[in-house]
Design a protein around this ligand. Structure first.
Ligand SMILES: [Zn+2]
Length: 161
């Protein structure tokens, strides 16, 4: 939970203020399977969350994502260097701190550029790198499609050890 190094110097500090809107739905920034990462937004946060992030805040989120990631020279992946969801099932996904809540950084990256994630949709890493937070490598898919791609990638891994 506290793996996020939000006090690292150089990273923009994001706080809730009059001009700092939250994403359309706060829960959209959280990854389903990890209940421990579920936010407990206040009523004021929920009201703010109905609005699209202001341009300045969206840039601040981009800056924070950039401050914690390294661009891979060949794949173009933005490899997350901050905290993660740990190992095991549902593990190895990037985590970042926004407004004091720990959120899934790749979901935050997608929402910041595209808007809220519709119900029953998931964010898939087209690059198959869970730590990547490059919005261009992320795609909105159904759970079924996400699982199909995961299984195809696993089968490919087994063929080429
Ligand atoms: Zn990538």
């Amino acid at each position: 939970m506290t793996a996020d190094k939000s006090n690292k110097p150089g990273a923009p500090r994001l706080t809730i203020g009059d001009n700092a809107d939250l994403p359309p739905r706060l829960e959209d920034w959280h990854l389903g399977p990890l209940e421990s990462y579920k936010p407990t937004p206040t009523r004021a946060q929920r009201i703010r969350a109905l609005r699209w992030p202001a341009a300045g805040r969206r840039q601040a989120i981009r800056d924070k994502l950039a401050a914690y990631s390294i661009a891979h020279p060949e794949t173009g992946c933005a490899i997350w260097t901050g905290g993660t969801s740990g190992s095991g099932k549902g593990g190895n996904y990037p985590r970042m701190c926004l407004d004091g809540a720990t959120v899934a950084a790749h979901r935050a990256a997608w929402i910041n550029e595209n808007g809220m994630i519709p119900p029953r949709k998931q964010i898939d890493h087209k690059c198959r790198n869970r730590l990547c937070v490059n919005p261009d490598h992320l795609e909105l898919v159904t759970h079924r499609e996400n699982m199909r791609r995961r299984d195809a990638a696993l089968a490919e891994q087994r063929r080429t050890p």
